[in-house]
Design a protein around this ligand. Structure first.
Ligand code: BV8
Ligand code: ZN
Length: 278
């Protein structure tokens, strides 16, 4: 198949539907573009900034060590921003397709796995996504490692109102930042920062998925951040097919078998044949 064929034609959808029905192990890698139509800013779009910082400057252990008050204000801003965000048709399509597979109504497909780079927890829980970069709504103790789910807004009194980026950046003393209910240690967002290793068990689970995968859908990601950016190649090397869903052609020509160019809230439900499903 030549990926340069005009994408999104009914002919291309029909071809994809045939491939999908005949694939045994379907996997998805999703990025910020999956949540874009829910109003969640992507990293490399205009939303990739907070005050005068680029997100990638704040999502590092060095930044947290040097200025935990600033990094917590960045995560509070994103947690607070998620209050008004809902799953969009692309998220819902994942849930619907998972139901089709589980009820053996998806042709030869026997497994469907969603690997997400997103930490927004918008991917429905019934999809049981592999959240490889952690979650905005989980925190962990820097001292004893205790992990907690936490959706409090604000997560601590000192962060209240700091989401207003018109105001001066606050300088919150460490003792007023979220602290561990077990040992009193400083809590941090339970996410994978740049220059941090990913969870070994998660990487093992992902390797098992990629080994089996015969159809890999890359949805809404700029495919820049490793190790996620290297997953498609591992599927291709074993003869699996790779299909990109993005608003612009992003992955290299030779790395994709097909592309659906457009908002994934429109292309994904159609491609997974769940657009008519409740
Ligand atoms: C690691 C959680 C081993 C935090 C994230 C030098 C020194 C050290 C490391 C490195 C180095 N050079 C490279 C590395 C590795 C580094 C890396 O890859 N850096 C990049 C910048 C080159 N990776 C790491 O550090 C990883 N760990 O390698 O450990 C190690 C250890 C020590 C030393 C060396 C190596 C950890 C990476 C995880 C970082 N954490 N998130 C948080 O979110 O706050 S990554 C974060 O950025 C996101 O999770 C996501 O993964 C990434 C953003 O990417 P995307 O999701 O793709 O979003 P983006 O905005 O870029 O793109 C959106 C796409 O959607 C676009 O293509 C757009 O066109 C499309 N789109 C928009 N709207 C729509 C749409 N598509 C469809 N429909 C729409 N409507
Ligand atoms: Zn602790």
């Amino acid at each position: 198949m030549d990926a340069t064929e005009d994408t999104n034609t009914s002919k291309q959808y029909a071809l994809f539907h045939k491939i999908l029905r005949e694939s045994k192990h379907v996997a998805i890698l999703s990025g910020a573009g999956l949540s874009a139509e829910s109003g969640v800013p992507t990293f490399r779009g205009p939303g990739g900034y907070w005050r005068r910082f680029v997100a990638t400057q704040l999502a590092t252990p060095e930044a947290f060590k040097e200025n935990p008050s600033r990094v917590w204000q960045f995560y509070h801003y994103r947690r607070n921003g998620m209050l008004t965000k809902q799953p969009n048709p692309a998220h819902k399509a994942l849930s619907k397709y998972r139901r089709l597979v589980d009820s053996k109504q998806a042709g030869e497909t026997t497994t469907f796995t969603v690997i997400t780079q997103n930490i927004d927890e918008l991917t429905p829980r019934d999809v049981d996504p592999i959240e490889m970069h952690g979650s905005l709504f989980r925190i962990r103790c820097t001292a004893c490692g205790r992990r907690e789910q936490n959706r409090d807004n604000p997560i601590c009194e000192a962060l209240r109102g700091t989401e207003d980026i018109e105001k001066e950046e606050a300088n919150i003393p460490i003792e007023k930042l979220p602290s561990c209910s077990g040992c009193g240690g400083l809590m941090r967002p339970d996410v994978v920062w740049f220059h941090e290793n990913l969870d070994e068990d998660i990487m093992k689970r992902i390797s098992d998925v990629l080994r089996e995968c015969d159809l890999f859908l890359v949805v809404g990601t700029s495919a820049i951040v490793y190790p996620a950016a290297g997953f498609a190649e591992r599927v291709k090397m074993k003869g699996g097919k790779v299909v990109e869903f993005n608003i612009e052609a992003t992955m290299d020509e030779e790395d994709v078998d097909m592309r659906f160019v457009g908002p994934c809230g429109q292309t994904l439900p159609k491609a997974l044949r769940v657009d008519g499903m409740e």
